[in-house]
Design a protein around this ligand. Structure first.
Ligand code: 3PG
Length: 403
């Protein structure tokens, strides 16, 4: 089995490709198409080889029927059509029994995008539980599988891992590029190595935070993650997003106890209010009242984080400092990005939100590397491998490319 796309014979074959088109959508508009652009090298290569292309992807989290409403990939098909200037066929049913026939009559260079693979999770979690029948159906749609969804490589799902059991598989150009860049910049980082993490739910990141603390010299926190740590230290964080799980809070207290020097938390914040959407105020972190909600870091936190950034040699950014899309809460994210840009250090930003914020403020070319992966990039840095490529990369090393 050949493992890399360039070394795989795809000429005139029907190729099933898994991309990560989990793009941010606001009011029915894709606000950042970085992930779509990242898929173009592989698509163009397959077009050049006269392949028929069957594209799989997830979009968003699909836990209940209503979640399907705002998470259709049809919007992505429209976007791709404009970029490639060619028809993109769309299947509204991810496992439509007529798909094999429909694909059979497609012409070389035709592209079909199937609806969100996570729609298969309702009601029986076929995608997320790596259902063997779902995987074998998706595999039946082509002759070769290309894994090019780096941001999904930490998920053992039917469309990422399951399908590799049924088709000769290889990694695409985007995955190859990500691995090469991360190996070069972050696997043995120039030290001191600082990680900046924002994000909503601490439960999702707890294990990763613990493991990351063994790898870095400093961990600077913001957002819901920081709120939960502040709550664990008994600060009143008002109505801010944070965990209220007792066991999680105990774990956070232990982490703080064992990593006093490494973990930095906000000293101040810009807050809103749970009952007045026009209310905005600067608050020191020990002055927050019950109805207030932390939406951004304040100026003292920015200064504190700046000092650490300037003492570091390598910085990995995962997440934002606050609700940067709202101009009232954008200063923390913008200032930290600016400090990173001016620092002259090795700076890698990873994950949908971080990359979207970098682009939002026009810092596109300011950083050493922008990774499409959020959780996947963190897991790769911590564990050194990803379940979504383990099955594909058994015997072939990835050459380190210049990035
Ligand atoms: C991402 O944006 O990190 C990937 O698309 C994975 O999304 P998930 O966390 O919902 O699996």
């Amino acid at each position: 089995m050949k493992k890399r796309l360039e070394k795989t014979d795809v000429k005139e074959k029907t190729v099933v490709v898994r991309f990560d088109y989990n793009v941010p959508i606001i009011n029915g508009k894709i606000i950042d198409n970085t992930k779509i652009m990242a898929s173009l090298d592989t698509i163009n290569y397959l077009l050049k080889n006269d392949c028929k292309i069957v594209i799989l992807s997830h979009l968003g989290k699909i836990k209940k029927e209503e979640d399907k409403l705002n998470n259709s990939l049809e919007l992505v098909a429209e976007n791709l059509k404009k970029i490639l200037k060619q028809e993109i066929y769309f299947s509204h049913d991810t496992m439509d029994p007529e798909l094999p026939e429909r694909i059979k009559i497609m012409l070389p260079r035709d592209i079909i995008l199937l609806e969100n693979t996570r729609f298969l999770d309702i009601p029986n979690k076929l995608e997320s539980n790596c259902d063997i029948q779902a995987a074998s159906f998706l595999a039946s749609l082509g002759e070769i599988f290309v894994m090019d969804a780096f941001a999904s490589c930490h998920r053992a799902h039917a469309s990422t891992v399951g399908i590799t059991k049924f088709l000769p598989s290889c990694i695409g150009f985007s995955v190859e590029r990500e691995l090469a860049a991360l190996d070069k910049l972050l696997m043995n980082p120039k030290r001191p190595f600082t990680v900046i993490m924002g994000g909503a739910k601490v439960e999702d990141k707890l294990e990763l935070i613990e493991a990351m603390l063994l790898k870095c010299e400093h961990l600077l926190l913001a957002g819901g993650l920081a709120n939960s740590f502040l709550a664990a230290l008994n600060f009143n964080i008002g109505s801010s997003l944070a965990t209220n799980n007792y066991q999680t809070i105990q774990k956070l207290q232990n982490i703080l106890l064992n990593n006093r020097e490494k973990i930095l938390l906000p000293l101040d914040a810009i807050v809103g209010s749970s009952y007045d959407k026009n209310y905005t105020k600067y608050k020191k972190i020990n002055e927050i009242s019950d109805n207030e909600i932390i939406y951004d870091i304040g100026i003292k936190t920015i200064e504190k984080y700046k000092k650490i950034i300037l003492e570091s040699e390598t910085i990995f950014l995962n997440g934002t400092m606050g609700v940067y899309e709202d101009y009232r809460y954008s200063n923390g994210t913008k200032e930290i990005l600016n400090i990173l840009k001016e620092s002259g250090k090795i700076v890698v930003a990873g994950g949908g939100d971080s990359v979207s914020s970098v682009k939002h403020f026009g810092f596109n070319d300011a950083f050493t590397y922008l990774s499409c992966g959020g959780g996947a990039t963190l897991e790769y840095l911590i564990y050194g491998h990803l379940v979504g490529i383990d099955s594909i990369m058994e015997d072939e090393e990835i050459e380190v490319l210049d990035v």
